[in-house]
Write a protein that binds this ligand. Structure first.
Ligand code: ZN
Ligand code: FE
Ligand code: FE
Ligand code: ZN
Length: 266
């Protein structure tokens, strides 16, 4: 079965991944992928914002590392992208980032539900105990809806990230998914099937089947990503992700070249 492109992978510049882009590319060739894309955590307006992303001054170094992999593996299509944190008010910063290099795509991700709480950070797991899960999901999906509506991103990353630690609200989240996916459909923003969830406590691909079914009904396109933070994670569990997408009804995936959308059969 031909595998879709792995459009979500990191580099050591974010300070919590191992292996150089050439190592990820080598692994991709080994397992038979024909296309990958690097999407490391983008710099913030202030380098001290947190400790899990590249510094602003390292952006050119990041591009050079990806270009080196492109040069060493000409048989593999390697896209240049960023995983950009969406926080309300950061729109101008994100536009500035977009202007600094000829990116192939931006993955817009919400990790922060406030300036100080990145909900997927294991060091801040105790914060979840102080909060009502549904309240957190609601704030998260409100932000994700703004991210999709902003038109700043080709892809929205790991759409139901709040489930990472296995904490889930009792309430029905369908209205949250609907609102987000209406925004994504309107701006032609894709969502990714991110297999990293299978390696976390939630033991499930991001997003869940319920969200993906609504996405399919609304005509929202999909991409695939391992969210690899090490070379051996490249393309991991893609069979399961393709199976999930097909079982929901998807027959197409998409790619991005210089921020232009291209369809591909799944
Ligand atoms: Zn990361
Ligand atoms: Fe992320
Ligand atoms: Fe990521
Ligand atoms: Zn598409």
């Amino acid at each position: 079965m031909p595998m879709p492109a792995d459009m979500h992978m990191h580099t050591p510049l974010c300070r919590h991944a191992v292996g150089e882009p050439v190592d990820y590319a080598r692994r991709a060739v080994e397992i038979g992928l024909t296309e990958i894309g690097f999407s490391d955590h983008s710099p913030m307006p202030r380098d001290e914002f947190d400790n899990w992303r590249m510094f602003d001054r390292q952006l050119d170094e990041y591009v050079a590392k990806v270009q080196l992999a492109q040069k060493e593996f000409p048989q593999l299509t390697i896209r240049l992208a960023l995983e950009v944190d969406y926080l309300p008010g950061h729109e101008d910063w994100i536009r500035q980032l977009a202007a600094r290099h000829p990116w192939d795509y931006f993955i817009g991700s919400v990790h922060y539900v406030s300036d100080s709480w990145d909900i997927d950070n294991p060091a801040k797991l105790s914060e979840w105990k102080k909060r009502d899960a549904f309240e957190v999901w609601k704030i998260y999906f409100d932000r994700l809806t703004l991210a999709a509506a902003s038109g700043l991103f080709e892809i929205i990353g790991h759409a139901d990230l709040p489930k990472k630690f296995g904490i889930r609200p009792q309430q029905d989240c369908t209205p949250l998914y609907e609102k987000f996916l209406d925004a994504a459909a309107k701006t032609h923003c894709a969502i990714e099937l991110n297999t990293a969830g299978l390696r976390k406590d939630c033991k499930e691909i991001y997003p869940c089947r319920d969200l993906l079914e609504i996405a399919f009904q609304k005509g929202v396109h999909i991409t695939f990503g391992s969210d690899a933070h090490a070379p051996e994670e490249v393309g991991m569990d893609f069979e399961a992700a393709v199976e999930l997408a097909r079982s929901v009804g998807y027959t197409e995936t998409c790619r991005f070249n210089q921020r232009q959308h291209e369809s591909a059969w799944l």
